[in-house]
Design a protein around this ligand. Structure first.
Ligand code: SAH
Ligand code: SF4
Ligand code: F3S
Length: 433
């Protein structure tokens, strides 16, 4: 029988990217679908959605509207992911042509969803932590692997615990098996995913071998054929000495750490319910830089959290000066349904939020220019994974800089030394040595 065609659009974070891979694997294995990049020729159109800020939620409705206009007559449209979890049946009301709604924690039900009229499943307590998904990977060179599902932290601004439910760890033996499979198929980099990776191992669905995140990292680094291990997101609160030391000393763990700051002010952090202080964050960042001089540190920052004063915002700027992050993802606070902070008094006016965001981004760019300038002449080990325009081939250095050289597809999948001769903010250009 001829394969049916699946078009899938993925919004949001790396966890959604992996969920989309799982959805594709299920539909290939069970329902004979193959992927297409052409929405208009698809038999099934899926959008995997994000709810973390208001903007991507709007995007969902504009996108499904466009799908409805351009799709084949009998093509089905499904809404999956975090917005499916939190809006549920309201999606049918606002977009009646949507055929099914499948929440972020119900991915394994996709095969049923496509066969059941107006199927909806948004149960955030559903446990698929030891469900065996089939094999599909967007890249042959690296493998995303979920190590936990959900998040219990309930930071007061964040909707994720309401879309992905409580945190539950995936059994270590399944993770190890997945990493071995990746290595055997030539993907020598694994990318471990969870909302709180360094809280791994606190709760499993059944009696499983207990293991914390540091032990899991060591175990994975012992697998032949795995050369690089990355992970996101760790939580600053759980960056104990054992974790930082294993991070710094294990030669397979890539030297880039995401340390989501959110705010540099201790009072704001308390109101966000982050569980750490400005001093703790600085202490961890300094310890990390001293244990691991090559590390690059990225962060997430929210400006204009409810009640944030100019002085409190200055503490965030102070942390930026002290840590000198290699990369900052910065956002204006966006009030989200179901969260505590949306109810707080003193929501900060939009114009102040914009001024703070611009100020922060400008200062970060200045710092970044200084960091980037120091890269000139440096030699990096680059794992090539992507062809770019005009004969460029790009990959990541061990500490996560994007590096590009002139070359062809024969570089793909290889790790080679590159000397940087033209460092730019977004890309370090260089030549093979
Ligand atoms: N588990 C990760 C965060 C996942 S959400 C962590 O704890 O770091 C990704 C980022 O989106 C967050 O780090 C935060 O900076 C941002 N974010 C989450 N909720 C937000 C909101 N209501 N408004 C603006 N940004 C938000
Ligand atoms: Fe959201 Fe906080 Fe959980 Fe991160 S740790 S997903 S910010 S609740
Ligand atoms: Fe990720 Fe967005 Fe959900 S950031 S966890 S897809 S709300």
């Amino acid at each position: 029988m001829m394969a049916k065609k699946l078009f899938i659009q993925t919004l949001g974070c790396a966890m959604n990217v992996r969920d989309s891979e799982h959805i594709i694997a299920e539909l290939k294995d069970k329902d004979n679908y193959e992927l297409t990049n052409e929405m208009s020729e698809a038999d099934l159109i899926l959008i995997n959605t994000c709810s973390v800020r208001e903007k991507p939620v709007h995007k969902l409705f504009s996108e499904v509207g466009a799908f409805e206009k351009a799709k084949k007559n009998d093509a089905k449209i499904g809404v999956c992911g975090c917005t499916a979890s939190h809006l549920g049946s309201e999606i049918f009301k606002r977009a009646p042509y949507v055929d099914f709604v499948l929440g972020a924690r119900n991915v394994s039900k996709i095969s049923t969803a496509i066969k059941t009229p107006k199927f909806i499943s948004t149960d955030i307590n559903y446990d698929e932590s030891d469900y065996a998904f089939g094999e599909f990977r967007g890249s042959p060179y690296k493998s995303h692997i979920n190590i936990s599902i959900g998040c219990d932290k309930k930071c007061t601004y964040c909707i994720v615990p309401h879309t992905r439910g409580d945190e539950i760890s995936i059994p270590a033996n399944l993770i190890v098996k997945e990493a071995q499979r990746a290595a055997q198929s030539g993907a020598s980099e694994i990318f471990l995913l969870g909302q709180n990776v360094n809280n791994y191992g606190k709760r499993f669905s059944n009696a499983h071998e207990k293991m914390d995140f540091s032990d899991l990292l060591v175990r994975l680094s012992e697998i032949d054929g795995i050369e690089r291990i990355r992970f996101t997101s760790p939580h600053p609160l759980h960056m104990d000495d054992k974790f930082l030391e294993i991070f710094a000393n294990n030669p397979k763990i890539c030297k880039s750490m995401h340390m989501p700051l959110q705010s540099g002010n201790t009072k704001v952090l308390r109101e966000m319910k982050r569980g750490y202080t400005k001093e703790w964050f600085l202490d961890r960042a300094q310890k990390l830089r001293s244990l691991c001089p090559d590390v690059s540190i990225s962060t997430d920052i929210i400006v204009a959290f409810p009640g944030e004063s100019d002085e409190e915002f200055e503490d965030t700027m102070d942390v930026i000066e002290k840590v000198r992050f290699e990369q900052i993802f910065s956002f204006k606070y966006s009030p989200r349904p179901l969260t505590k902070a949306a109810e707080f008094a003193n929501q900060v006016p939009e114009n102040i939020a914009s001024t703070r965001l611009t100020h922060l981004q400008n200062r970060h760019n200045e710092i970044l220019d200084e960091i980037v300038a120091t890269q000139n002449g440096k030699i990096h080990e680059v794992y090539f994974e992507e062809l770019r325009a005009n004969g460029g081939v790009a990959g990541r250095s061990f500490n996560n800089f994007l590096v590009q050289v002139q070359g062809s597809e024969e570089l793909l999948g290889k790790t080679l030394k590159v000397r940087i001769d033209n460092p730019k903010r977004m890309v370090l250009y260089g030549k093979l040595v």
